[in-house]
Design a protein around this ligand. Structure first.
Ligand SMILES: [Zn+2]
Ligand SMILES: [Zn+2]
Length: 446
């Protein structure tokens, strides 16, 4: 298959793939394009909706509220609207609780009007109430539109919880193109991240033997290429550029659904972003939008891979470095760096495969034996860091963490911490296995 538009993927339904899996997406409908808000009422009817419970905030209401209400009224579909009162809604206990306490039990369908935060809350309400859920996107800012999880703040910690994938996504480019520029840049940043995630997925396959699907990787590459080809139009809010980003973001959710893991859509660049988010919550340090941070994380990751390409694994040195690694001291550093947020990591890290000597020896054997293949993957998947830096600069997006207030001198430590965020094989894990993580971090992120 080479037609990777979201519409054709949804139309394709479930299919058996050469990778051995049967791929299926939870998303049943997505309409992206100019004027597609006109299809909202029909979509609501399609899911049997007669009265909608609408979630929004002041900003997202300003972006799309009036056209949504008009479309519903014209079709004689009733509604109850709850607008979050905060200037900036956090997807935490208070907001999720408010969404439930204001719920009107005579409603039989949910409509989220918004992007990241509103959609994350809407997906939880949909899961708990069992009602059909339509998201009217107001900004192409992140890739959670078609996913079945919500990123929330629980007990002060950013966690991912199970929720419900929207039944339908409506992405009207006439609405999306008027989103704050930072949010559109963020969507592109979340897409650029996919260079790294696909590359690391393939490296993970070579080193740990994990599952990989070339069909899913090909989908992501095609969507990413479309975004990059159209990126120049972002500054002028060209609908074609906005549409490419929105399509790519929805497709990313489908790709992750197909794979059953987040491998195709997130890698080390996302962990930079997670760490900045965790520190912001814990210590009030500066932060930016998810995709803005992912864009910067991508530039940092590409620089790291450029250094990797000059290395040759040394088995003896790597084995000695692994044996000499002072885990307790390192876990202490994680605690200092992340505060209370470190606890979740420290509960599982000691028992992870990362620190298992036997597993390390196996991985190291694979790294040495497949070094040429690893470098081949890097060459095939990754553009030069300067190219992506240039692209982000050309659309006015940040290329370094200092631009959103996190000093660049912290990047080395942040990069080292990325290996402990999850059990995912990424650049920092690879460098750790090779016994050169600290040296390379200090050298690349001076
Ligand atoms: Zn497959
Ligand atoms: Zn993302």
């Amino acid at each position: 298959m080479t037609d990777y538009s979201v519409a054709s993927l949804i139309a394709r339904g479930a299919f058996a793939c050469p990778c051995g899996k049967t791929h299926a997406a939870h998303l049943k409908k997505a309409v992206v394009g100019s004027g597609v808000i006109g299809r909202l009422a029909g979509t609501v009817r399609e899911y049997g909706g007669t009265k909608a419970y609408i979630l929004c905030d002041a900003n997202t209401f300003a972006a799309a509220g009036i056209p949504v209400l008009k479309a519903l009224s014209a079709a004689e579909i009733g509604y109850t609207i709850y607008q979050f009162p905060e200037e900036r809604t956090e997807p935490d206990e208070k907001a999720v609780g408010a969404a439930f306490l204001h719920f009107d039990h005579t409603c039989d369908i949910l409509i989220g009007v918004g992007s990241g935060v509103i959609n994350d809350i809407g997906k939880i309400v949909a899961k708990m109430t069992g009602l059909p859920y339509v998201i009217v996107a107001t900004a192409p800012s992140m890739d959670g539109f078609a996913s079945s999880t919500s990123s929330v703040v629980r007990d002060g910690l950013k966690v991912s919880v199970d929720s419900k994938c929207p039944d339908a996504v409506i992405g009207d480019t006439e609405i999306l193109k008027n989103a704050p520029l930072l949010m559109i840049q963020s969507g592109l940043g979340d897409m650029l991240a996919k260079y790294v995630s696909v590359c690391e997925w393939r490296i993970g396959r070579l080193v740990t033997g994990e599952y990989y699907c070339e069909e899913v990787a090909a989908m992501i590459r095609a969507a990413l290429k479309k975004c990059v080809d159209n990126a120049a139009g972002i500054v002028t809010r060209d609908p074609a550029a906005v549409e490419a980003v929105m399509e790519g973001l929805i497709l990313s959710g489908i790709a992750a659904d197909y794979a059953g893991v987040s491998r195709p859509v997130s890698g080390v660049e996302h962990y930079f972003s997670h760490l900045w988010d965790m520190r912001a919550l814990e210590f009030g340090t500066p932060w930016s939008l998810h995709g803005i941070q992912c864009g910067v994380g991508t530039v940092l990751a590409l620089r790291g891979y450029e250094r990797l390409a000059t290395l040759v694994p040394d088995k003896e040195k790597a084995t000695a470095a692994f044996a000499a690694f002072d885990r307790d001291r390192w876990f202490g550093q994680i605690e200092t760096y992340l505060g209370g947020a470190a606890q979740a990591i420290l509960r599982t890290a000691p028992d992870s495969d990362r620190y298992n000597a036997k597993k390390h020896a196996q991985r190291l054997d694979n790294i040495v034996a497949r070094w040429d293949d690893i470098l081949q993957v890097v060459r095939e998947e990754l553009p030069p860091s300067k190219e992506i830096e240039g692209l982000l600069k050309s659309i006015g997006a940040p290329v370094s963490s200092a631009e959103f207030g996190v000093p660049a001198k912290e990047n080395a430590l942040t990069f080292m911490m990325t290996k402990d965020i999850r059990d995912k094989y990424i650049l920092s894990t690879l460098l750790f296995d090779m016994g050169v993580l600290e040296d390379v971090s200090r050298e690349v992120y001076r």
